[in-house]
Design a protein around this ligand. Structure first.
Ligand SMILES: [Zn+2]
Length: 116
């Protein structure tokens, strides 16, 4: 008899089985603790660069007001994340547009090709 069938038999024998206590579900963190710390530092450094400024990318979907920072050289390391000289103030729409239209971004100097 399979374990499933055994469990089914046990259920029948003792009437309604008591529900199992719910296991505590822990959410997987979206960023590692180390990256979260870097992000807080990044927020302090980058906010003066874009807050209250106009978007410098001006893609076809631009909303004009900067909401963040576009990392032209990527942000996979802490050094690149905090490299404010290598990027510009950007609205979220433009930042997303650069992600979706890589060739356009490279052509306009908004992304640096990393695989050359
Ligand atoms: Zn924009």
């Amino acid at each position: 008899m399979t374990p499933f069938m055994q469990a089914l038999q046990a259920k029948k024998a003792f009437g309604k089985a008591t529900p199992e206590p719910k296991k505590e579900v822990k959410a997987i963190p979206k960023v590692a603790k180390k990256r979260a710390k870097d992000n807080r530092e990044y927020a302090k450094v980058s906010r003066p660069v874009w807050k209250g400024k106009l978007c410098q990318i001006r893609s076809p979907v631009c909303t004009k007001h900067a909401e963040g920072f576009n990392h032209a050289g990527g942000k996979e390391t802490k050094e690149k994340l905090l490299d404010i000289a290598n990027g510009q103030a950007a609205c979220n729409a433009c930042n997303e547009y650069c992600e979706q239209h890589h060739e356009w971004a490279v052509k306009n100097g908004l992304r640096i090709k990393r695989n050359t």
